[in-house]
Design a protein around this ligand. Structure first.
Ligand SMILES: Nc1nc2c(ncn2[C@@H]2O[C@H](COP(=O)(O)OP(=O)(O)OP(=O)(O)O)[C@@H](O)[C@H]2O)c(=O)[nH]1
Ligand SMILES: [Mg+2]
Ligand SMILES: [Zn+2]
Length: 307
């Protein structure tokens, strides 16, 4: 039998067949993944082969995992040896960001985008909760969206409360497998409910005191929205750990820097304060946004601190 993993809760996996049947599967003990070390060998989105153990109780045993087209891993921020596989075989990763309640920082957005570049997964940014912004806040958000759009990232502003741009959000998902990510409380589950109320996903108000979410969603789960269209809801994340990106390759994951990379005076330029650095010059001319260049420097620095 073949199927796709919709949910993984520790030792059990919910696998759905192309015919629409669901089986609760365990993993055959011998099954090990070649190549990389993760705390979980199988994740949401994995295509697996399984044997039916008991048809009456719809239980099965996963015997093989198909090669992954791509995957998103969360590296522990503390840089332990373990990485957690969040999802596999996805068409796009959508970052749900909010300028307030809770606030998503540029650093967080940029780390997310760099990770997506490294995994070769197209990234989209959705700015939710536009209803709580002042006119000033909206103008600021429009500037940020323009900046990200100009470097090639699709952006959308939404409000679940005001049902604003929900149809556009639906169109963004059509025909794809999309992963939703972002801080706790930004409205990931609420957005999914807005386009498919029957799912009735659990949501909860953010804490008044800390202005942070309460980690309502506790494990990643994939839902079929309509034919050929799937969405993965995930638990809120605090930090986006960067996986195995060397300082030398970091600039390649900033699309707006790529065009300058061959023009630096030194071929091993890190674009910090080397003379004749084309990236730094572009930044000084205003062709690279301040926030983006600062995110770049901060990622470089964090990398050094971890050694
Ligand atoms: N004002 C406003 N509130 C919203 C909007 N979208 C969601 N919320 C509220 O934000 C709170 C958090 O929403 P959730 O959908 O639970 O957030 P989440 O991203 O799924 O959070 P975790 O599951 O903890 O990661 C809820 O009280 C929602 O009603 C919006 O567009 N505007
Ligand atoms: Mg949620
Ligand atoms: Zn340079």
């Amino acid at each position: 039998m073949e199927g796709i993993v919709l949910r993984s809760t520790g030792s059990w996996y919910d696998v759905r067949t192309p015919q629409g049947d669901s089986y609760k599967c365990r993993l055959r003990g011998k099954l090990r993944l070649k190549g990389f070390k993760t705390t979980n060998p199988v994740a949401v989105g994995d295509r697996v082969h399984f044997e039916i153990e008991d048809e009456a109780s719809k239980s099965g045993l996963i015997v093989d995992i198909e090669a992954r087209r791509n995957y998103i891993i969360r590296q522990s921020v503390h840089r332990t040896a373990h990485a957690h596989l969040i999802a596999c075989n996805i068409d796009q990763a959508i970052l749900i960001a909010t300028l307030a309640m809770p606030r998503t920082s540029f650093g967080f957005i940029d780390r997310f985008l760099v990770s997506c570049e490294a995994y070769d997964v197209p990234a989209v940014i959705v700015f939710n909760k536009t209803d709580i912004l002042t006119d000033e806040g909206l103008a600021y958000q429009a500037e940020i969206m323009d900046m990200y759009t100009s470097i090639g990232y699709r952006c959308l502003d939404t409000s679940v409360t005001k049902h604003y741009h929900i149809d556009e959000f639906r169109a963004l998902l059509d025909g794809k497998i999309s992963l939703l990510s972002g801080h706790s409380g930004v409205g990931k589950s609420s957005l999914i409910n807005a386009i498919k109320p029957e799912l009735n996903l659990k949501t909860s108000e953010i804490s008044h005191y800390s202005q942070k979410g309460k980690h309502t969603t506790t494990f990643a789960e994939m839902f079929e929205l309509w034919e050929n269209t799937f969405i993965i809801d995930t638990p809120g994340i605090k930090e986006m750990g960067l996986v195995d990106i060397s300082p030398q390759e970091l600039s390649h994951y900033f699309p707006e820097m790529r065009q300058y990379l061959g023009e630096c005076k030194f071929h091993n330029c890190m674009h910090v304060h080397e003379p004749g650095c084309a990236v730094r010059e572009a930044f000084e001319r205003g062709e690279i946004a301040d926030t983006r260049y600062h995110s770049y420097l901060s990622m470089l620095e964090n990398h050094d601190n971890r050694r």
